[in-house]
Ligand binder design. Structure first.
Ligand code: ADP
Ligand code: ADP
Length: 233
């Protein structure tokens, strides 16, 4: 089954009483395991809202959302939180690392949140993952001691530690220089290849979009294009 299936998703915000504004106008979208998909579109087109709905951070006003085969409408808030923790890894433009904790501790936080405790094995996996993202020497450093690109790689390790089926990345390379952006992108791509996790990545960078399997374009809350990237491109 698809990792992600949306049918007729609408999102309205209350901007006054009784004034509402609709920012997603009936989104249909499916992602298969293994797919690596770019979500593009102008500023204000609804990309972040769509990612927040898919990531179970906000509820859609209308429509159906299935994540990893679960009909999310049937789930309680507690069940949504559990499904989110088990299934989805988030990477944001501003990584939201906790400044008082080391890189290693930041990566272990999702494990603690999901399981309530940590084992030696969890720590070994976190160390291996940080090594994998090139931060083997920085395990004990706090975010403030790391460059922007390194911080974003810690955030990626944190997103991947529970081996999510679905990775949601909102402009993960938005505030990075080209070399750091390429390194961050390559890590997500490699994880997608090795683990088969589907990835939906918001990006304004046509260079990166061209390296995805598929590009979905949002304009004014509607999908106006959904095309496969030609491998020869
Ligand atoms: P993008 O990520 O493509 O820039 P957003 O999803 O952030 O687009 O925003 C889409 C539209 O929804 C914008 O017009 C924005 O102003 C509006 N919007 C986003 N969040 C809210 C909110 N909480 N209340 C009202 N309007 C919102
Ligand atoms: P192992 O054989 O212990 O999985 P790896 O070096 O392949 O050794 O992986 C170490 C950790 O990094 C594991 O937790 C694994 O899930 C994760 N991992 C594996 N492949 C990637 C990748 N391409 N990008 C990021 N992390 C990965």
């Amino acid at each position: 089954h698809p990792v992600l299936a949306l049918r007729g998703i609408r999102k309205r915000y209350q901007i006054g009483t009784p004034v509402e504004t609709e920012v997603l106008h009936g989104i249909d979208l499916e992602l298969q395991p293994h797919e690596f998909v770019a979500l593009t579109g102008p500023s204000g087109s609804g990309k972040s809202t769509l990612l927040n709905v898919i990531g179970l951070l906000e509820r859609a006003t209308e429509g159906r959302l299935h994540i990893d085969g679960h009909d999310t409408a049937a789930l309680t808030e507690a069940q949504l939180t559990a499904l989110r923790g088990r299934t989805i890894g988030f990477v944001f433009q501003y990584h939201h690392l906790l400044p008082a904790f080391t890189a290693l501790e930041n990566v272990l936080l999702p494990v603690l949140a999901a399981h309530g405790s940590l084992t030696a094995d969890d720590e070994a996996r976190a160390r291996a993952l940080l090594q994998r993202v090139g931060l083997g020497e920085a395990l004990a450093k706090r975010p403030g001691e790391l460059s922007g690109g390194m911080q974003q790689r810690v955030a990626i390790a944190r997103a991947l530690i529970l081996q999510p089926r679905l990775i949601l990345a909102d402009e993960p390379t938005g505030n990075l220089d080209t070399a750091s952006a390429d390194a961050v992108f390559a890590l997500l791509r490699a994880f997608n290849r090795d683990h088969g996790s589907a990835c939906l990545i918001v990006t304004h960078d046509p260079r990166l979009a061209a390296r995805c399997d598929r590009v979905v374009e949002l304009v004014d809350g509607r999908i106006v294009a959904d095309r496969r990237v030609d491998a020869a491109e």
